[in-house]
Each structure stands twice: as C-alpha cells, then as structure tokens.
Design a protein around this ligand. Structure first.
Ligand code: NAD
Ligand code: 89Y
Length: 343
C-alpha cells in the first residue's frame, strides 16, 4: 500500500514530538506543515526537512492532496480546523483538549460523522507502555473483578516554562492534565455515571486550579479516585508518571513511582520493571509521553488501513471530555454530577 500523505497544523512545543514520531512510523509521512507563526514554521520545517509550508490552513487544504491531517494547535483553534478538514473530506487527528467546550466537541464529532471522515483525538496517555501493562494484567483475569481504583498524578514539575499558556487560563489542571488521567480511569475501569470533585489553587502565580480530587462511580460497579496536582513537591520528582492502584476480587495491581509494577493475584506476587524505552530522539523525563505519541500515531495509521474506529475516536473522547465538564461543574457546585445529563 502507498504511504499515507499527512499534513501537520501547529508547529509548537509538542508538535516536535509528533513530527519525530511520524518519521518512526511505517505507512505514513508528513508532506506539508502549517503554522500561522512563520518562525515556528521555519524551525520545524528546517528540522524535519519539510519544503511545503503554509501559514494559512485554508491554503494548505486547497493546495495539497492529503490522506490525513494532524492538528497540534491549542484548543481554541480545534473546532474551525477540524470542521475545515471535514469540509475537505480529510481524515483528522486532533490534539487534546479536544475543544474549549463540550458543545464544540459534539459539533466537531457531528461534522466528521456527517462527512464520513475518521476522527481521532490525540489522547495518548493510555498508550504509555506502563498503562498498557496494567490493562494487560486486568485482561489476564489475574486480579479478578476490579472494585477500587486510584489513578494519581502528583508533581511539582515546571510545565509553565514550556507551555506558558497553562498559567493564564481560568481552567488548568483538569482541562490540561486531568483529562488524560480521567481517560486512563475510563480505559482501565470503564465508563462513569457520577463524579464528585474538589479543586484548589496553591500556586499564586497562575490563574487556574492546580490541584483536583475526583471520586467516580463506574458503570462496572467499581469506584475510583482520580487525583492530580502540580503543587506537590516530592523528594524524587515523578513527572510525568501516572501511579495506579487497583484492587480486585482476587488480587491487586500497584504501578509505583519508578515504573515498578507489582501484581498480587491468583498465581502469587510478581514485580516487573515496566519502564518505557528511551527512543533515540526522546529526552527524560518526557520519554514516557514521547513513546506513547509513536504508539497512538501508529494506531491511527493501522486503523485507517483497516477502516476501523480508533480507540480514542472523537465519539469515544466525548465521554472523557464530559468528565472534564462535569468535574468543573461539580467543583463549582460542590455537588455530584451525573454524566448522563451531559452526554
Ligand atoms: P504551542 O502554543 O507551543 O503550539 C501551538 C502552535 O499552533 C503555535 O505555534 C501556533 O502558532 C499554532 N497555531 C495556533 N492556531 C493556529 C491556526 N489556526 N493555524 C495554524 N497554526 C496555529 O502549544 P503546545 O504546547 O505545542 O500545545 C499544543 C496542543 O498540544 C495543546 O492542545 C496541548 O494541550 C497539547 N499537548 C498535548 C500533550 C500530550 O501529551 N498529548 C502534551 C503537551 C501538549
Ligand atoms: O499539556 C500536558 C499534557 O498533555 O501532558 C503533560 C502536559 O504537557 C503538561 O501538563
């Protein structure tokens, strides 16, 4: 099969990882890039040897014949760009957070469905190899039926120097990072019916909340706690590790700092090192996230080839996005929020 011809829109901080990953992936390559900032366009174009460069996405779609487009801009531009891709019948990947509001997200899913265009949200955390290792243990049946989970991300890593916009939005940790951890909770324990949330801001230099604690009822009957913080100073900084505790009817899973996986189940206790590989272009501590970018982009290419829906399709991501909206609503009202009122 001929290589898929892709274009990348948004050549900022995170897009560099996506460009590295596209070079590693069989079956697709990036033939054109777009950024409204000519400086970013030049930096990424020169680094990856891409000659076709556009400062206007409309000109990109008009000028190129594309098999897919990869949108790596920040959320405010996602809806117009996804709708532009749908109008040109170009399959589309869109970075998280999928949109500024759930109403926008639903409209984007609708536009792609109506155009018959595949849509995947770049929700990559569930593709991290330690998280996939936890999923594999659950699938093996070793710990029986899960009844409790804690999915935890606590750090004091300075994310603001690389992503200064994170310090200025009214919303911060749930929308930016919690969205991944909520998605992991869905991936491991299934969909959610009710969420209760408390948030607080510790860092006086930012506008949004930097600590969030969420309690969720899953349709499976399991209960989980999702807790996120960028105000937690630890002896050894864990960024960007997600730590996991799952209790099941026949045992337990613990994914501890340092990528140490302990499984106690039907066949005893096993301790494994599930550290992600350090790809040649990757850099610690981001290598965990960087590896997952390759995995999700390869998944996209495989799904396009087979004509099947990606795991984090737009439709699937509405359920993760609804958790974000519900968390903010519940933090404001201090009341539990039912998810079926939003979806
Ligand atoms: P950034 O601001 O560094 O880069 C965004 C780029 O998009 C900028 O260069 C900007 O000029 C360009 N842009 C914006 N609107 C445009 C438009 N309409 N047309 C063309 N170009 C446009 O942002 P970033 O830190 O790279 O983040 C991008 C997205 O990636 C965000 O949504 C962020 O949440 C997400 N992100 C995801 C992960 C992950 O692990 N999945 C990690 C970090 C960031
Ligand atoms: O933007 C965020 C993301 O998606 O992963 C980590 C991050 O870069 C900072 O919280």
């Amino acid at each position: 099969m001929a290589e898929l011809r892709g274009a990348l829109i948004g050549c900022g901080f995170f897009a560099v990882n996506q460009m590295h990953a596209w070079r590693d992936i069989a079956g697709a390559s990036i033939v054109a890039i777009c950024d409204r900032d000519p400086e970013r366009l030049k930096i990424v174009g020169d680094q990856f040897g891409i000659a076709k460069r556009y400062t206007d996405a409309a000109e990109l779609f008009a000028g190129e014949s594309l098999d897919f487009v990869d949108i790596a801009t920040t959320a405010p531009s996602h809806r117009p760009l996804v709708e532009m891709a749908a109008a040109h019948r170009v399959p589309v990947i869109c970075q998280k957070p999928f949109a500024p509001t759930l109403a926008d997200a639903k409209a984007m899913v609708g536009a792609c469905a109506q155009a018959g265009v595949p849509l995947m949200v770049h929700e990559n955390f569930r593709w991290q190899s330690p998280i996939q290792a936890v999923r594999a243990v659950l699938d093996s049946g070793e710990i029986g039926t899960p009844f409790f989970g804690r999915i935890s991300f606590r750090s004091a890593y300075d994310v603001f120097s690389g992503q200064p916009y994170l310090a200025t939005g009214k919303r911060f940790i749930i929308e930016d990072l919690g969205i991944h951890i909520l998605d992991i909770a869905r991936f491991l324990l299934g969909d959610v019916s009710v969420i209760t949330t408390r948030t607080v801001r510790i860092n006086p230099g930012i506008s949004g909340e930097d600590v969030a604690t969420m309690l969720m009822d899953h349709d499976s009957g399991a209960i989980s706690v999702v807790d996120c913080s960028y105000a937690t100073k630890l002896a050894t900084e864990p960024f960007p590790e997600t730590l996991i505790e799952i209790d099941g009817s026949d045992g337990t899973i613990r994914l501890a700092q340092g990528y140490r996986l302990t499984v106690t189940g039907k066949s005893g206790t096993a301790i494994t090192d599930v550290s992600p590989p350090l790809l040649p272009w990757a850099s610690r501590p981001w290598h965990n996230i960087q590896e997952s970018v390759v995995a999700i982009q390869q998944h996209w290419v495989d799904c396009l080839a087979k004509g099947i829906e990606p795991a984090t399709s737009g439709a699937d991501n509405l359920k993760t996005f609804a958790l974000v909206e519900a968390a903010y609503a519940g933090a404001a009202s201090r009341q539990p929020v039912q998810l079926d009122t939003l979806l």
